[in-house]
Design a protein around this ligand. Sequence first.
Ligand SMILES: [Zn+2]
Length: 64
Amino acid sequence: MGTPDKEPRLPVRMPVRMCVRCEVTTETPVVVAVVHQNSGPGFVVYACQTCAVRYPPQPDGGER
Ligand SMILES: [Zn+2]
């Protein structure tokens, strides 16, 4: 029978996001910020795990 293993399958459904800091696509994106817009649902800012720990969650927030 045929072997459908030759075609390179693109990981279109993979949760790959680009890091907002180092601009590297990561397979383990971490949500570091959510931008709200007047028109539209807004968008989520992702960062890789390396940058996420250093990314300031709220630079102007007083909550601790
Ligand atoms: Zn990063």
